[in-house]
Ligand binder design. Structure first.
Ligand code: F6P
Length: 363
């Protein structure tokens, strides 16, 4: 059977285990020899026990677990050619020419570069007698399929990344808990949520928790935001509301690009309204805990589709990423999605927020 390996890279997210499980079982079902690569690219470079053959039962009882049981890492060695040479050697000597990578845009870009360089890596390995002529010929093509695991939902080309829905469950649970204590003391709470440079978690949180105000990176508020915020909070209190909730995305900025932090918002509220105000930073709680049903199914569907994409790949097939379009698992050219994701980052850096939002939209 064909050699296929799965690894997780970059920050973990809930639902990655469901994806790993699905890749392993679909791979075995289709007759492949399936391997785990532990600790992301680092495990691929280090080889040894980090690359281990998987069987049907080695992925039992993981679908409900958060994080990634095969580990993840940010790897400096893979950035250097020597590291990639070692990684290629580790794969070829095990007959692995199909890779499923579950990670963010950086991890997917790394996989694509590896694929483009594959031939020259193999030539160098052959020259140095690290692989045989037969191996050079037999494993001359490397196929890549990606899936996006991230709580941030910041990748272009997919409606949802694996982990986002579970993070929202964590956040909403926490806000509901905060609301009862805020109500009792007539307090104002400022909740900071993750998302890096993406405001998706913050917007969905604000909508589903009846928050009074939300700050996100893609829509910096007008220069008079402090007055607007205070007016809104006061108006809600006047109309009988006993508490206020403000959501701040960790990447929130003003029109000059300066961070709008939970501390800054608190200062504004306290100085102007003298409200009893507290900050809750949810932090990594958002990335932990068991995956939601949605993320489990998403991981399962994407994993199966990724394996099918690899089995159908020809030498000419470009690396793909499996994404969610409506309710369909689809395959898109990996680098198109990565380039669009990078274009969003550039538009944000250029303070062209309308363009960023437009680029983030579907297709
Ligand atoms: O990308 C996922 C994420 O949790 C972001 O929301 C956050 O900004 C970042 O990772 C935190 O990174 P670390 O786990 O390295 O502190």
């Amino acid at each position: 059977g064909k050699g296929l390996a799965v690894f997780t890279s970059g920050g973990d997210s809930q639902g990655m285990n469901a994806a790993v499980r699905s890749v392993v079982r679909m791979g075995i079902y289709l007759g492949c020899k399936v391997y785990f690569i532990r600790e992301g690219y680092q495990g691929m470079v280090d080889g040894g026990d980090n690359i281990e053959e998987a069987n049907w039962s080695s992925v039992s009882s993981i679908i409900h677990k958060g994080g990634t049981i095969i580990g993840s890492a940010r790897c400096m060695d893979f950035i250097k050619r020597e590291g990639r040479l070692k990684a290629a050697c580790n794969l070829v000597t095990r007959g692995i020419t199909n890779l499923v990578v579950i990670g963010g845009d950086g991890s997917l870009t790394g996989a694509n570069l590896f694929r483009q360089e594959w031939s020259s890596l193999l030539d160098e390995l052959l020259e140095n007698n690290r692989i045989t002529k037969d191996q050079r010929e037999k494993y001359k093509y490397l196929h890549i399929a990606g899936m996006v695991g991230s709580i941030d939902n910041d990748f272009c080309g997919t409606d949802m990344t694996i982990g986002t829905d579970s993070a929202l469950h964590r956040i909403i649970e926490a806000i509901d808990a905060i609301v009862s204590t805020a109500y009792s003391h007539q307090r104002t709470f400022i909740m900071e949520v993750m998302g890096r440079h993406c405001g998706y978690l913050a917007v969905v949180t604000a909508l589903s928790s009846e928050a009074d105000f939300v700050f996100i990176p893609e829509a910096p508020p007008s220069v008079d935001w402090k007055d607007k915020l205070c007016d809104k909070l006061e108006q809600e209190r006047r109309s009988g509301q006993r508490l206020n909730i403000i959501i701040v995305a960790e990447g929130a900025i003003d029109r000059e690009g300066k961070p709008i932090t939970a501390e800054l918002v608190k200062k504004v509220v306290v100085e102007n309204l003298k409200q009893d105000t507290r900050i809750t930073v949810l932090g990594h709680v958002q990335r932990g805990g068991s995956p939601s049903a949605f993320d489990r199914i998403l991981g399962c569907r994407m994993g199966a589709e990724a394996v099918m994409a690899l089995m159908e790949a020809t030498p000419e097939t470009e690396a793909c990423v499996v994404t969610l379009d409506g309710n369909q698992a689809v395959r898109l050219p990996l680098m198109d999605c990565v380039h669009r994701t990078k274009a969003v980052a550039k538009a944000m850096a250029d303070k062209n927020w309308d363009l960023a939002v437009q680029l983030r939209g579907r297709s």
